[in-house]
Design a protein around this ligand. Structure first.
Ligand SMILES: CC(=O)[C@@H](O)[C@H](O)COP(=O)(O)O
Ligand SMILES: NCC(=O)COP(=O)(O)O
Length: 239
């Protein structure tokens, strides 16, 4: 299971004072040295954290894989087609949200997302759709030629009761198997941390996890190298 690090919230800290430190680009390059398999950044329309300078510099400097999370809107699609990330992950965005609250509704927005995929594919950029672990959403994603799906793990991460955790994990497991059967790459992310990852790695069909907030928070206390090492060890644990 590959481990990609989302560095959005280094940019959140940088932007807190409108200055230049800590630089998410420098942080991402250090993370690569410490063994992550890729860097994820979410260039939001409101630029609350990652900005275009970060994305363009990361494109120049990242050696592993650059996964650009983005809304399916012309402004951001144009930037993505110019920057050429290794993967474009289309995510839903709502101004008032604190963080991403759920997966894309591919079915209800099929025309807009199909157009975004077409434009990104025209520029040789593989596309992942950030969706709920839902069979119908997976079928719709395959139908419009997505290359990957990223299964939203937020409901699993936020579940408290044992039975809810089990139910959410089963939804992800079934969805991952179905997506694999359709030939889609299967990524997952949102809210994964040092505790819930232990249950998550049992799902063999997941190719890659994107983790940000929990690792950044841990790095504040133990440093980035150790935070990455600890998560890497948990993800590599033999089941
Ligand atoms: C799509 C997703 O779950 C995250 O990668 C996303 O970046 C969350 O948004 P914030 O980083 O703005 O919290
Ligand atoms: N797509 C999920 C991601 O990149 C990181 O989400 P989180 O770990 O910050 O919740």
């Amino acid at each position: 299971m590959r481990f990609c690090l989302n560095v959005d919230h280094i940019a959140t800290l940088r932007n807190a004072r409108g200055e230049s430190q800590p630089d998410p680009v420098a942080f991402a390059l250090m993370a690569e040295q410490y063994g992550v398999d890729g860097i994820v950044v979410h260039l939001r329309e409101d630029r609350r954290h990652i900005n275009e300078r970060d994305v363009r510099l990361l494109r120049e400097l990242v050696k592993t894989k650059l996964d650009l999370e983005m809304a399916a809107v012309d402004e951001i699609i144009n930037i993505a087609c110019d920057v050429q990330p290794d993967l474009a992950t289309i995510v839903p965005e709502k101004r008032q949200e604190l963080t991403t609250e759920g997966g894309l509704n591919v079915i209800d927005n099929i025309k807009q997302i199909k157009n975004a995929i077409f434009r990104l594919h025209e520029n040789d950029i593989p596309v992942s759709l950030f969706i709920e672990p839902d069979i119908n959403q997976i079928d719709a994603s395959a139908e419009i030629n997505a290359d990957f799906v990223e299964l939203h793990t937020g409901h699993f991460a936020n579940a408290i009761l044992e039975e809810d955790i089990y139910d959410e994990l089963e939804k992800i497991r079934i969805a991952a198997k179905h997506a694999k059967k359709l030939g889609l790459g299967v990524n997952a992310g949102h809210g994964l941390d040092y505790l819930n990852i232990k249950e998550f790695i049992a799902i063999q069909e997941i190719d890659e996890v994107s983790i940000g907030h929990a690792v950044i928070a841990r790095a504040v206390f133990v440093g980035l190298e150790k935070a990455i090492e600890e998560m890497r060890n948990l993800i590599s644990t033999k089941i």
